[in-house]
Design a protein around this ligand. Sequence first.
Ligand SMILES: Cc1cc2nc3c(=O)[nH]c(=O)nc-3n(C[C@H](O)[C@H](O)[C@H](O)COP(=O)(O)OP(=O)(O)OC[C@H]3O[C@@H](n4cnc5c(N)ncnc54)[C@H](O)[C@@H]3O)c2cc1C
Length: 427
Amino acid sequence: MAGYVDSHYARTEAEPGDYPPLGEALEVETCVIGGGLAGLATAIDLAERGRSVVLLEQNRIGWGASGRNGGFASPGFPAGAPALVEAVGMTDAQALYVEAIAAHALLRSRIATYGIDCGPVIDGQLRCGMANSTESLQGYCDWMARHFGLQMQHRTPAEVRTVLDTTQYGDAFFNPYTFAVHPLNLSRGLARAIVQHGGAVHENTPALSLSRNGARHVVRTPRGSVTAENIVLACGGYIDRLLPKLVSATVPIATFVMVTEPLGERLRQAIAAPYAISDIKFATNYYRPLVDGRLLWGGRVQAWEPSPARLARALHRDMALFYPKLADARVEIAWGGMMPYLKHKMPMVGPVEPGLWVATGFGGLGVSLTTLAGRMIAGAIDEADDRFRMLARFGLPFAGGKWGKIPAQLIYWRHAAAARFGRGRQV
Ligand SMILES: Cc1cc2nc3c(=O)[nH]c(=O)nc-3n(C[C@H](O)[C@H](O)[C@H](O)COP(=O)(O)OP(=O)(O)OC[C@H]3O[C@@H](n4cnc5c(N)ncnc54)[C@H](O)[C@@H]3O)c2cc1C
């Protein structure tokens, strides 16, 4: 049981809420394990439908990746649209995008409905190709518009240079669908909404084991238990017990964020945009100006988490490479977290046995995509909606568990080397 890691978000936490540990034996229809956005999205969807639900979090709400991320909410899938089409065909990929776009709109509307204090919510994201890339992004924009109805706006290298004072980028596209939020406050606001709808939330309550009592499942916790018809495992990259098949399918990948001191006018001269920015390369840099003049800069992926001091140095180097005029900006804080990946780079949302559900594999797109998982699971429990099959089909292929991190790290090094030579683009 641990408190929040020291992050910009923990330092600016604004959403109230006190969720005591479970200290009794409960009987409910659904028990959600994991208080990240996947668990929260599932529990709020069930609570809104008037179903009985309890959520258990081993630490604090949003303690994992959900409360530490870059805050970019963007509809899409970690595999990327072209790879998704290759895997399932155009018709099924289009159907998945329809669902992802609807869930993205639902997340936005919940922020407004519950007055969640996770703003300012800033629209838009500029996704930049690298200067050494020979391929124009215009073709990608046309393809996304033609097949998915998403209107990405192409920007020439000259247009990019009017906004970003860096020589690292070539052309780009503006994604008007992305919005940026304070993800810890978003997570905590969703927990508040669950309770508002009659659901129960317990922090500092690890699920220790799962067993069966006839058709029902029993979750044991240090000072209580939950007996439920449905269990939803939403433990992200922090799953370490409960279901060996899920543990060995999950490849937790670390990525990192830092925040600078307030930079004032210097920041506006380097980055003349209020919105989110990222690269289109494998281990993408993702960053955004904060309203108080600080720069939030995220990037790098690897299998393990270095110390905050090493992180701060590495991310500062990346930022200075792109924006040499910000090279003397002081880093105030840096932190990391684990993204949940599956071998196929798609989420898995579905039952692994009757009444035992899994929601995982959101990679670097979980802020928005978790809402889709919650909608699918709640729809199945509440009205036998079988749309979850669209994601359940990807399954939980064995990825070696913790040993799976070694091949994953080798793949990341290979992609990082390719990116240096202008290859390894990822959209
Ligand atoms: C630094 C960083 C930057 C990122 N940037 C972005 C971004 O800008 N946009 C984006 O869309 N995505 C981003 N991501 C990815 C995104 O944050 C994740 O995909 C998403 O948060 C995953 O949500 P989750 O609920 O599956 O997992 P988590 O948020 O990790 O939640 C899992 C929770 O389960 C709990 N848990 C585990 N085991 C148990 C147990 N036995 N009992 C009780 N509780 C348990 C954990 O304590 C944890 O709180 C980023 C991730 C990181 C780390």
